[in-house]
Design a protein around this ligand. Structure first.
Ligand SMILES: [Cu+2]
Length: 100
C-alpha cells in the first residue's frame, strides 16, 4: 500500500509547488504609473489602480519597496505591474515589473 501512496504524494507536492509559483505570478496584477522615485527614502510614488489584496481603491501614493535596487531602474512615467502588501505596518511593493 505504502509504495502506491508515496509516489502519489510526491506528485501532489510537485503540483502544489507549481500552483504556488503560478499564483505568485498571477497576483502581480495591479497597474501603476511611476510619479516619483525617492531612492534615499526607499520609496516610490505611484498612481495605481485598485489593489484588491489590501482592499485599496485607485489613488496616488508612496510605497516602500521590498528591494531598494528596483528604485535605480525605475523612471518617472514608467508603467508597472505590481503586488503590494502591508509589511510591518507599511504599504510595501513586494513584486514589480516594468511594462514595456
Ligand atoms: Cu493606494
Amino acid at each position: 500500500m505504502q509504495t502506491f501512496i508515496k509516489p502519489a504524494l510526491r506528485t501532489l507536492a510537485t503540483l502544489a509547488a507549481g500552483l504556488t509559483l503560478s499564483v505568485a505570478a498571477w497576483a502581480q496584477s495591479v497597474d501603476g504609473t511611476v510619479e516619483k522615485v525617492d531612492a534615499e527614502a526607499g520609496k516610490v510614488t505611484l498612481r495605481h489602480g485598485e489593489i484588491k489584496s489590501i482592499d485599496m481603491p485607485p489613488m496616488k501614493m508612496a510605497f516602500r519597496v521590498a528591494d531598494p535596487a528596483w528604485l535605480k531602474t525605475l523612471q518617472v512615467g514608467d508603467k508597472v505591474k505590481f503586488d503590494a502588501a502591508k509589511v510591518n505596518g507599511q504599504f510595501t511593493i513586494t513584486a514589480l515589473t516594468v511594462v514595456k
